[in-house]
Design a protein around this ligand. Structure first.
Ligand code: ATP
Ligand code: MG
Ligand code: FE
Length: 336
């Protein structure tokens, strides 16, 4: 089964061809990061316009790199939520037009289901059930993946997403957008124990997260340094902040593994490419002798291959979308 997958939920215009949900024949990504860096974050109107400029190109490129024709595709998978409505609409409209013109079935995909499914590409042996920690720019979820396409969200963030916290702290210490990879890099030169930032727990919700406190603590630390005339050591701030976030993520994920008795853990989303998080989670999993899965960095951040993997399992389960498929900016995982 060959899937042509399309992704345009945020600031990456992407298309891919995926075979049987696990084998990536092409994975073309046109990133708008350089463009949005000028504004310190994603500007929705600009993102939509850029998607329109690039979408035909990335699809042609994905088919060409795979060495396949559109007629050879069994389905067209497309992200229809969550994300920026104007950005999503570009991919959805394109996918519908191709489906209508070619008669190839359409499968709408949840973006976070895509992030989770990136693990199927990375690890051909991975099968549900497993616990997945989703840490992306807009989401921080602890999910029990009971089966393909069957998700139970057991924890979520009460305020900022993990990636959002990385981006905001990066901006505060002058690293620019997108902050995650820059903090990751700078933290390698800093002392993770230099400054103590809070590890927030949410009362009566052992799997829920809160990252606004640690973000505020970084801002307070910066103000304190300025007022006292003390030097600001960006690398120490980056390392200490990163450690505080990773500690909580590892703690909650390992608690879920233990409580649910599911001895398999996967990471997903852009922050899953963070080197400190991978190392800390690996150490915790090794200690408990449970396998840890995480996608290669290019499959962690937004791409269409992951959408192709998710679309495959939806397609096999009989999911088909009509030409009335619409963009749903706040689509919940597990809803259609
Ligand atoms: P969502 O998937 O929730 O809709 P998104 O698509 O914008 O949001 P992703 O593409 O999954 O998010 O990930 C982007 C986020 O990942 C950004 O917040 C970015 O800073 C963060 N990120 C990327 N690489 C790293 C890294 N090495 N360390 C920490 N964070 C990172
Ligand atoms: Mg992005
Ligand atoms: Fe994403």
């Amino acid at each position: 089964v060959y899937i042509l997958a399309i992704e345009s939920s945020c600031d990456e215009t992407a298309a891919a061809v995926v075979k049987n949900g696990r084998e990536v024949l092409s994975n073309v990504i046109s990133s708008q990061i350089a463009l949005h860096t000028l504004y310190g974050g994603v500007v929705p109107e600009i993102a939509s316009r850029k998607h329109i400029e690039k979408i035909n190109y990335v699809i042609r490129e994905a088919l060409a790199e795979a060495g396949m024709k559109l007629e050879e595709m069994d389905a067209i998978g497309v992200t229809y939520g969550p994300g920026l409505v104007g950005a999503l609409l570009v991919g959805v409209a394109e996918a519908k037009a191709i489906s209508y013109a070619s008669g190839i079935p359409l499968v709408g995909v949840h973006h976070i289901e895509g992030h989770i499914s990136a693990n199927y590409i990375q690890a051909p042996e991975l099968e549900p059930p497993f616990i997945c920690l989703v840490v992306s720019g807009g989401h921080t979820h602890l999910v029990v993946v009971n089966d393909y396409g069957k998700y139970e969200i057991i924890g979520h963030t009460r305020d900022d997403a993990a990636g959002e916290a990385f981006d905001k702290v990066a901006r505060a210490i002058g690293l620019g957008y997108p902050g995650g990879p820059k903090i990751d890099k700078l933290a390698k030169e800093g002392n993770p124990d230099a400054i103590h930032f809070p590890r927030a727990k949410v009362e009566d919700a052992p799997y829920d997260f809160s990252f606004s406190g640690v973000k505020s603590a970084v801002l307070n630390h910066l103000n304190g340094c300025k007022m006292k005339g003390e030097p600001i050591v960006e690398a120490d701030i980056a390392a200490s902040f990163q450690k505080a976030v990773c500690d909580v993520l590892v703690d909650h994920a390992m608690q879920a593994v233990k409580d649910y008795g599911i001895n398999k853990l996967a990471l997903a989303g852009g922050v899953a490419s963070n080197s400190a998080l991978r190392a800390a989670m690996k150490a915790a999993c090794d200690k408990k002798e449970i396998p840890l899965y995480y996608p290669a960095p290019i499959l962690c951040t937004d791409n269409a291959a992951m959408i192709g993997a998710a679309a495959y399992y939806e397609y096999m389960a009989g999911t088909r979308s009509g030409l009335d498929l619409n963009a749903v900016p706040n689509l919940k995982l597990g809803e259609r």
